[in-house]
Design a protein around this ligand. Structure first.
Ligand code: ATP
Ligand code: CA
Ligand code: CA
Length: 412
């Protein structure tokens, strides 16, 4: 980052790269569009489409105010199938990524990747190394199988893999993924969890940021026995994580994290009404008003209420909370924090493109000499996966069987 605030990545200004991404992606999608849809074939996973964008423009590319560059789309047909699977319309993909400026976001990671977020918050673009890009192409067939077998998967949604190159600079590879964290929500806590405790505390530099990313040890300090979710959610979530980890392990993937962001709903409620000392349950009248305002049927508000009752005691629900929850961006699970507060939790597995086979061999033998083998963050994939699952399912989330089960409320 230069003193005037310009961000540069591999000698390319973030803004120049953004313009190239926008030209490249819209061109690539426009080129795919007229091609008739057909089944995905194995060679589609390895194909690459290269387009040159001269400054002055050409027969099929527009002119632009930057240096000549090339833009590659990797496995374009495979990614078209993936976007279809995730119900991303081509037109929406283009307009989210290419019609408005992308925002760059600060990266707490050590790898020095650059991140962009689309203005509508749906997509994240991350720069990745050549090894990671190559590995993603190798991973795609197995990833595709997992999507079909494990519908609730928490793995990143990959929407595209591209690269930018220009004479005199190094090639930059880019992955387009889903953004897990809505930027219009205030997160009280954000954690990057690996299940390892060695060196896994946020640095003082990180903590001094407005929105720090905390780590495993910090989580144990804040939420010692984990946050509580309903028994059904707990069972589904742990099963999903187990299945995802099995896939990651089969590809010898390591060093991935669970990103967990916590939005405290009770705090919003208190801030809205500081005089409120105790929650009251909504009266039938209040419920009817809320239903009317939300244009939901009374049945639907009851379902929502049951969802919440599974988490908080009956007396903590009121129509404000009701209303508030029904307007949250989707993708959250409701949880009770150890202090008793109700929270919306957004989570997902991230950073899955490092394979042990490719890179970690040396580091492992080296570090295990220095540290106690159980605690280091670089370890064999099977061990990594097991430790990750254990940590998430015992220390991060727990179930409280005393909490009312919505199914029991509704009857069979
Ligand atoms: P390192 O390899 O040093 O851990 P990295 O450059 O590979 O870092 P990631 O670990 O992928 O980066 O992500 C770094 C941070 O960026 C995460 O802790 C999280 O705060 C944010 N982030 C990453 N992916 C997403 C996503 N899909 N949605 C929202 N935020 C994300
Ligand atoms: Ca990481
Ligand atoms: Ca990484």
């Amino acid at each position: 980052i230069a003193p005037d605030g310009t961000m540069t990545f591999k000698k390319t200004e973030a803004e120049v790269l953004m313009a190239a991404i926008q030209l490249g992606i819209s061109h690539s999608l426009a080129k795919l569009h007229p091609k008739p849809k057909r089944d995905l074939l194995v060679p589609d996973f390895q194909s690459v489409d290269n387009v040159h964008f001269p400054h002055a423009g050409s027969d099929n590319t527009p002119g632009h105010k930057y240096h000549d560059f090339s833009f590659k789309a990797y496995s374009p047909i495979a990614f078209r199938h993936l976007r279809d699977h995730f119900t991303i319309e081509p037109q929406d993909f283009i307009s989210s990524l290419c019609y408005y400026p992308l925002r760059t976001i600060g990266n707490p990671g050590a790898s020095g990747s650059l991140f962009y977020v689309s203005q509508d918050d749906i997509f994240i673009i991350k720069t990745v190394s050549s090894k990671e890009a190559l590995f993603l192409q190798k991973l795609l067939p197995g990833y595709w199988i997992n999507l079909h077998q494990n519908k609730r998967t928490l793995l990143p949604k990959f929407f595209g893999l591209y690269s930018y190159s220009r004479k005199g600079t190094k090639k930059i590879r880019l992955v387009v993924m889903n953004n897990l964290l809505p930027s219009n929500l205030e997160f009280n806590f954000k954690f990057d969890l690996k299940g390892s405790l060695h060196g896994r505390s946020a640095s003082s530099r990180e903590i001094s940021k407005t929105h720090p990313t905390f780590k495993d040890n910090d989580y144990l300090l804040h939420f010692e026995n984990g946050i509580v979710i309903s028994p059904e959610k707990y069972d589904l979530l742990t099963e999903t994580i187990q299945r995802d980890c099995q896939v990651l392990e089969s590809f010898a993937i390591m060093d991935y994290s669970l990103l967990v962001a916590i939005h405290n709903i009770s705090k919003v409620r208190r801030d809205f009404d500081p005089l409120l000392t105790e929650y009251t349950s909504p009266t039938t009248e209040q419920r009817a008003t809320a239903a009317l305002r939300l244009s939901l049927s009374l049945d639907e508000t009851e379902i929502l209420e049951h969802k919440v009752f599974a988490i908080v005691p009956h007396t903590q629900m009121d129509s404000f909370t009701h209303d508030y929850i029904s307007h949250l961006p989707e993708g959250y699970i409701l949880a009770r924090l150890p202090c008793g507060d109700l929270a919306a939790v957004y989570l997902g597995i991230i950073d899955i493109l490092q394979s042990y086979v490719v890179k970690k061999k040396l580091e492992h033998t080296f570090k295990s000499i220095i540290y106690d083998g159980d605690l280091i963050s670089v370890h064999k994939p099977g061990f990594y996966s097991l430790r990750f699952q254990n940590f998430i399912c015992t220390n991060v989330i727990t179930k409280d069987t005393r909490i009312r089960d919505p199914k029991a409320v509704n009857g069979p």
